[in-house]
Write a protein that binds this ligand. Sequence first.
Ligand code: CA
Length: 227
Amino acid sequence: MKLLVVEDETKTGDYLRQGLSEAGFVVDLARTGLDGHHLAMTEDYDLIVLDVMLPDVDGWRILQSLRQAGRRTPVLFLTARDSVEDRVAGLELGADDYLVKPFAFSELLARVRTLLRRGSAPLLANRLELADLVLDLTRRRATRAGQKLNLTQKEFALLELLLRHQGEVLPRSLIASQVWDMNFDSDSNAIDVAIRRLRAKVDEGFEPKLIQTVRGMGYALDLPDAG
Ligand code: CA
C-alpha cells in the first residue's frame, strides 16, 4: 500500500513518513503543495495524508483540483484549526476524513487503516495465499507450508504485491513504483537483488517454486505450468 504525505513542516513530515513506513506502508513525502499536487495527479496512491496549511498551494486547492480531475484517492486532511467551518469545507470538497493537529500517531494510523478498508474492501483481505504460501496482513506474518518466513519490510511489501497480482507478469517499473518510494533509482539492480533474497526465503527448500522470472519482462508469482 502506497501513501502520499503532503506536509511542509519538516519535523511532522519526517515523523509521519517514518511512522507510516514502520507500519508497513510505502511513503512518498512532499514538502510543498506544488510537489504534493504534482505527485497526487500523476502517481497512484492508495491514500493521501494532506496538510491544509501549506505555504504555496493550500490543501483545499489540491483536494479540489484532484476531485475535479476525477481522482478518487481517499484523502485524510490535517488541520491545525479546529473550527467547524474548516471541517465542513474539507468534507464538502471531497475529503474522506480529517484530523486536528496535534494528534497522536496511533490515532492517525487508525484513521488511515479505516479509510483504506473502506476504500477498497476486496483489496484488503486479511490474508493472501497461493498454494501453501500464506501472508497474514493483520499480523504481518508470512508462512510457507506452516513455517514462518523471516521477511524484511521490503520483502514483505514485495511479496504482498506479487500475491495481489498472482498470475500476472509484473514489470520492474511497476514493482519499483509500488514497493519503493519516489527517491528510488530504478536503474539500480535493487529489485533483482530483493527478488533473489525473497526467492531464497520463499522457494528454497519448498516445492513448487512460486516466484517466476519472465525474461526481459519482469517477475510473476504463479504455480509452474503443469506441462
Ligand atoms: Ca503546514
